[in-house]
Design a protein around this ligand. Structure first.
Ligand code: PRT
Ligand code: ZN
Length: 285
């Protein structure tokens, strides 16, 4: 049987989480150590390990059917591939930064200035859209050093916590795009491979839905039971069971973690006790 071939970053910020996602989707690989390629045991899938910069082209060429890359690489490379799923991890933004001491009011101030970046295509498109002409200097690394050594007036780079900018005396002045890990796919996938891909995406979605949701268990005083149920309605409606102690019930529900934190004060006000928040491994919706 033909295998679905997926390209994953060999080593870097995307590798570990991408492999963990496959594992959570029930796909175990035959060699833990990252070689050039590995084959899944229980699923018709083969993994090839590449530099993230190369993945869009390999997928366009059909060498890999799909790949996991940062959305920034997908946008920069402008390859003929489709973005088929957002994965929610390795989130970052691509921003323009200038020296901290510089006054900055608007994008127009970059007119005629030198901007260092590893993402010239994304930057050029953005500047063009806004009618700003700047000189773009392409650097493959250590972009944030460019202003301090007099090579550029500003930079355009990936920002996550922002601490790299701060430690290089820079400040973020424009966020141009947000990025997360995404699945890209070749435009020439045959029917059999498409069926395997659909199965993989279904599993990946179940894992993602599960990780966003928690199983909530709590003890509720019966006099406030209805209000507690209304507060945490869950997927359908919560399961309610009487406790051995008279006047109390046990309530079980499924909620997103953010929703849960938004309701916690209300639940305590209503007298809920013994609140447990339990991770869910997979969730089929
Ligand atoms: O070797 P290979 O080419 O495969 O890897 P790489 O070095 O090009 O990429 P890698 O592993 O650094 O990043 C892979 C992807 O992770 C990127 O394309 C982004 O989509 C995503 N990502 C998420 C990040 C960051 N967060 C990030 N913080 N990529 C890079 N950074 C850099 C950033 O440039 C900055 O210099 O990390 C530094 C620290 O950021 P702060 O703001 O947290 O200080
Ligand atoms: Zn790279």
């Amino acid at each position: 049987m033909e295998k679905l071939r997926i390209a994953i970053q060999k080593s870097g910020r995307l590798s570990e989480k991408s492999l963990a996602l496959l594992k959570e989707a029930g796909i175990s690989l035959n060699n833990g150590s990252r070689k050039l390629r590995s084959v899944a045991q229980s699923f018709p899938l083969e993994v090839i390990y590449l530099r993230d910069d190369d993945i869009p082209q390999y997928v366009e060429d059909g060498v890999a059917h799909i790949g996991i890359v940062g959305e920034n690489e997908y946008a920069e490379k402008q390859c003929e591939v489709d973005l088929i799923e957002r994965l929610g991890y390795s989130r970052c933004r691509l921003s323009i930064a200038v020296p901290k001491s510089e006054q900055y009011l608007s994008l127009e101030e970059l007119d005629g200035k030198r901007i260092a970046t590893s993402y010239p295509v994304i930057l050029e498109n953005y500047l063009q859209e806004h009618g700003v002409k700047a000189q773009i200097h392409v650097l493959s690394g250590s972009v944030e050093l460019a202003p301090s050594i007099g090579m550029a007036d500003a930079i355009f780079d990936i920002v996550s916590s922002g601490s790299t900018l701060i430690s290089n005396g820079l400040k973020e002045v424009e966020v141009i795009m947000k990025s997360e890990a995404v699945v890209i796919a070749s435009r020439n996938i045959n029917k059999d491979i498409q069926a395997v891909l659909n199965d993989l995406i279904f599993r990946v979605r179940s894992v993602m839905t599960a990780s966003n949701n928690k199983y909530i268990l709590l003890n509720a005083p019966n006099e406030n039971l209805q209000q507690i149920i209304d507060t945490i309605p869950g997927m359908k409606s919560p399961t309610v069971m009487p406790l051995a102690e008279e006047g109390w019930s046990s309530v079980h529900s499924v909620l997103s973690e953010t929703e849960f934190w938004g309701h916690i004060d209300r639940l305590r006000e209503l007298g809920a006790q013994g609140i447990l928040v339990i991770p869910i491994e997979k969730m089929i919706v």
